[in-house]
Design a binder for this molecule. Structure first.
Ligand SMILES: Cc1cccc(-c2n[nH]cc2-c2ccc(F)c(-c3ccc(S(=O)(=O)CCO)cc3)c2)n1
Length: 240
């Protein structure tokens, strides 16, 4: 994929997004407010508007026992699972298979009354990163989704308003080996998940409605998605 026209943008965006995701909330700059908490899951947002449109950056951190970063990223990246966990998805098309780790998607999502229906075109890239903090620690896995244009799907032609998003899912696997030297099982692994997103709604949508949707949809999405991965992997060998 390194000769593809999008490759330079993919390289730059992945490095930028991973660096941001790895920063703690405190280092990320001020203004983050905790808006949802459920057990290990903590959701933060910053209230930001561009041309009067809500583009609140979101950062969620979660720790889930019994699954690995590779398993979380694999189920987030691969199209064949998406209708199972993405509840607001109406239509998903893979426009281009750029390589086995990079796909181009067109998605339309359910309408958020009273705003118009939204669609989005984005490249999605999955990558394993060396764990440069802890040499012999397990690898870090990430999926970055970033809006892009596409000649056959110009923005705002049909009934949908084109939205623009950048999403980074960063997963760090933790292994606590069993004391008595028994083989590793799912009780000995957990995954620290960081989900960052910035969504520009692309056209007018009432700030109050958008903020209420985000407040409801993001926690629902992360809980549902992680429960889905747990359920899909529970009787399968661990994917590191
Ligand atoms: C989880 C969430 C947060 C904020 C809004 C909503 C939502 N509610 N009703 C419609 C949507 C909606 C509209 C347009 C979109 F592009 C996405 C959208 C959300 C996430 C992603 S992703 O890249 O994180 C996962 C791939 O679908 C892509 C598109 C979601 N859902």
């Amino acid at each position: 994929a390194s000769q593809h026209r999008l490759w330079p943008e993919i390289e730059k965006t992945v490095k930028q997004q991973v660096a941001m995701a790895r920063m703690g909330i405190g280092e990320c700059g001020s203004g983050w407010q905790l808006f949802a908490e459920d057990g290990e899951m903590k959701m933060y947002r910053r209230e930001e508007e561009i041309d009067g449109m809500v583009v609140d950056p979101l950062k969620a951190v979660h720790v889930v026992k019994g699954i690995t970063g590779h398993e979380v990223c694999h189920h987030f990246f691969s199209p064949q699972y998406r209708y199972d966990w993405e509840t607001t998805l109406e239509q998903m098309t893979v426009l281009e298979t750029i390589s086995d780790d990079t796909l181009l998607f067109l998605q339309t999502h359910k309408r958020i009354w009273p705003a118009s229906q939204r669609d989005v075109v984005f490249w999605s890239h999955i990558r394993k990163l060396p764990n440069d903090q802890d040499r012999d620690g397990p690898d870090i896995w990430t999926v970055v989704n970033n809006s892009t244009g596409h000649p056959d799907h110009p923005a705002n032609v049909g009934k949908c308003v084109r939205i623009f998003l950048t999403v980074c899912l960063l997963c760090q696997t933790r292994v606590n080996p069993p004391k008595d030297g028994t083989p590793l099982s799912r009780e000995n692994v957990s995954c620290k998940i960081t989900y960052c997103s910035v969504v520009n709604p692309g056209g007018w949508a009432p700030a109050s409605v958008l903020r209420a949707v985000y407040k409801r949809e993001y926690p629902k999405f992360l809980k549902r998605f992680t429960a889905y991965v747990t359920n899909q992997t529970k009787n399968k060998p661990i994917m590191f």
